[in-house]
Design a protein around this ligand. Structure first.
Ligand SMILES: O=C(O)CCC(=O)C(=O)O
Ligand SMILES: [Fe+2]
Length: 349
């Protein structure tokens, strides 16, 4: 993989969206104005830059091991393909999922390593992975997963307080001793592409921490039709809220739509790798707004259309159904795209 220094810079003439910069060290220190900033970011756009996250070594190792693994010949990766049944963990081959309602195919391959499999290693909780992943479970995946989890649990504890939920009410829905959908993801986009890499989506789970060296990630801000790049900044991660946190909080925490385009300008000559960590609820957690535990959330429910935050689904079924509907092999027209967005129970945004 080329060194970071040899990559082309992000073009300076493109429309970007500035994000609030949250300092993780200040969040840990309970700094009031930093926590206010985090709350504003999480409720307004649902995206923020995170600095001082202290994940640099772990992320560098992830970039190296993930590039080596995704650069393997296809026949060495295909035995680990996630398939069409809605499984998230394992390898996702290029061109297997839709990027829009017309069924255009994606441009990326990725590898999802379950948080549960990293934590129970060498015992398998969900599935097996390519030998190269196994070889680096201890020096790369486990430290990355553990440190990323610590960050997301700090956020969950804070959101729990600000949402005026009883202590533990949000955290226990993501408890590590329950089988859950949390995962580390490495994405690879080949150079010189012109079509959408990963289509417009909101994240299925609760929280994501994304690490990028090349551009491509874009958000569509609320009340806008325009896609804006999120410029990668060296040493900064990009954090965002996903659908399950939005549902638990009756939309107070915002799960914003985003997509991945091929890297822009001179950066398009390079292969794009990105590393993400997703925190998702326990498989058996029923997804609904926690209005019975918080007057703040109950108020938000009262203002929303009837049933908007009642999915009637467990986290396991919710994620599986959305992934199944994304897979091109399962596609049954536009309704598959709508179902993959997770919005069919509350109307498409
Ligand atoms: O690669 C990126 O920058 C973001 C990926 C993403 O949005 C996702 O995997 O859900
Ligand atoms: Fe995403």
């Amino acid at each position: 993989m080329p060194s970071i220094a040899s990559l082309a810079p992000f073009p300076d003439d493109l429309p970007t969206h500035s994000l609030l910069v949250v300092d993780y060290a200040l969040v840990r220190a309970n700094d009031k104005s930093e926590l206010d900033k985090l709350w504003n970011a999480a409720t307004q756009l649902g995206f923020w830059y995170l600095k001082n996250h202290n994940l640099h070594d772990e992320v560098d190792r992830m970039f190296d091991v993930c590039a080596d693994t995704l650069d393997l010949p296809l026949e060495e990766k295909m035995p680990f393909e996630q398939g069409d049944d809605g499984d998230s963990f394992g390898y996702k081959a290029r061109g297997t999922i839709a990027t829009d309602k017309f069924g255009s195919s994606d441009n990326v391959e990725f590898l999802n390593i379950a948080q549960d499999d990293a934590l129970s290693w060498p015992r398998i909780t969900h599935r097996t992975y390519p030998p190269l992943v196994n070889d680096h479970m201890e020096d790369t995946f486990i430290p990355f997963v553990r440190k990323s989890m610590a960050i997301n649990f700090t956020f969950l504890e804070f959101f729990e307080k600000r949402l005026r939920l009883p202590p533990g009410e949000l955290v226990r829905r993501h408890a590590v001793d329950h089988v859950n959908g949390g995962e580390a993801r490495c994405i690879k986009t080949p150079p010189k592409q012109s079509t959408v890499a990963l289509g417009a989506h909101t994240d299925f789970g609760s929280l994501a921490i994304v690490h990028n060296r090349l551009g491509g990630l874009q958000v569509m801000p609320p009340d806008s039709e325009e896609w804006l790049y999120i410029k990668p900044i060296r040493g900064y991660a990009v954090c965002n809220i996903g659908d399950t946190l939005s549902i638990f909080s009756a939309g107070i925490l915002r799960s914003n739509v985003h997509r991945v385009m091929p890297p822009p300008g001179e950066q398009s000559h390079f292969t794009r790798y990105s590393i993400t960590f997703f925190t998702r609820p326990g498989y058996d957690v029923v997804l609904h707004a926690l209005g019975e535990h918080s007057a703040l959330i109950a108020d938000a429910v009262a203002q929303a259309p009837e049933g908007q935050y009642e999915t009637g689904s467990t986290a396991r079924d919710w994620v599986a159904r959305r992934i199944r509907n994304l897979r091109l092999k399962n596609r049954k027209g536009v309704q598959s795209w709508v179902a993959s967005m997770g919005t069919e129970h509350r109307g498409v945004r």
